[in-house]
Ligand binder design. Structure first.
Ligand code: SF4
Ligand code: SF4
Length: 257
């Protein structure tokens, strides 16, 4: 898990590639079991939110309200969405004595811990064995295999698609003073159940040419809906031709390509 104030370097390995072996095992009998699930900053991606709200059987609106803190970033269209720790003991709301109650759907940083991935694709340890006793366990893991076991590839795929939306937005200082654009962007990325209503319960499908197979996929799959939302942002914010306006929706005398 990412923790802003946990950057100790004692015993921390240098950069490792995917074929590197590292010594680690986390199990209920480690003396620090669940200790790393408190007082941490876990930044959630749209795919993290999708997995968690579905694991909890909860509407995305309720999940965001109950379990997240939304931190706006000046001049950036997309705020930071952080998992809210318990107010009293600072523990993650999903941790129990037996471990993580949303383990199969835990966020990306929890899957990666105690590794972190660098921009150049290498890895490093973000803690050491004085804190994470699992690093003393006699179990060797090849990073490539371990990542698959942790279910990281699907998260990487979705986070790559998300980065195609966030990177251009972060690279430029946006001069947008229309709050509706902020709301639309946030809803599309993070509030997927509300975005579904926008697609299926507004005039959206009357205005845009979406083929019937794609519509059926959107109805069945939240992952497809999130990919669709990424394309919607690319269309609405960057003007990419990811959507085609229906001819019948084009006002006469005002042609749209
Ligand atoms: S989501 Fe699970 S693994 Fe992550 S901090 Fe919470 S309890 Fe721990
Ligand atoms: S600190 Fe390390 S060994 Fe301890 S519970 Fe967390 S991941 Fe497991």
């Amino acid at each position: 898990m990412r923790k802003s104030n946990r950057t100790g370097t004692s015993g921390v390995a240098a950069r490792m590639d995917v074929e590197h072996l590292f010594q680690f095992n986390c199990a209920p009998d480690v003396p620090c079991f669940t200790e790393c699930c408190r007082d941490i900053t876990i930044v959630l991606t749209p795919y993290d939110v999708l997995r968690l709200k579905n694991a909890l059987g909860m509407d995305s609106d309720i999940f965001l309200d109950r379990y997240t803190i939304i931190i706006p970033k000046e001049k950036l269209l997309i705020p930071m969405v952080v998992l809210k720790m318990n107010e009293d003991d600072k523990r993650c709301p999903f941790v129990s004595e037996k471990g993580c109650t949303v383990y199969a759907d835990r966020p990306w940083p929890c899957r990666m811990y105690p590794l972190d991935m660098k921009d150049d694709g290498t890895f490093s340890l973000i803690t050491d064995s004085s804190r994470c006793k699992g690093l003393k366990e006699n179990s060797k893991n090849r990073i490539s295999t371990w990542l698959i076991e942790q279910g990281v590839p699907m998260y990487d795929e979705m986070n790559h698609l998300f980065s195609q939306v966030t990177s251009p937005l972060q690279a430029q200082e946006l001069d947008i003073d229309n709050p509706n654009i902020y709301q639309m962007t946030f809803m599309s990325l993070y509030n997927l159940d509300k975005f579904r209503n926008f697609v299926f319960k507004s005039t959206f499908l009357d205005r845009f040419d979406i083929d019937t197979v794609a519509i059926e996929k959107l109805k069945r799959s939240d992952v497809e809906l999130l990919k669709f939302a990424f394309d919607w942002i690319k269309f609405g914010i960057f003007g990419q031709k990811t959507f085609q306006v229906k001819e019948s929706a084009i006002p006469k005398g005002n042609p749209v390509e």
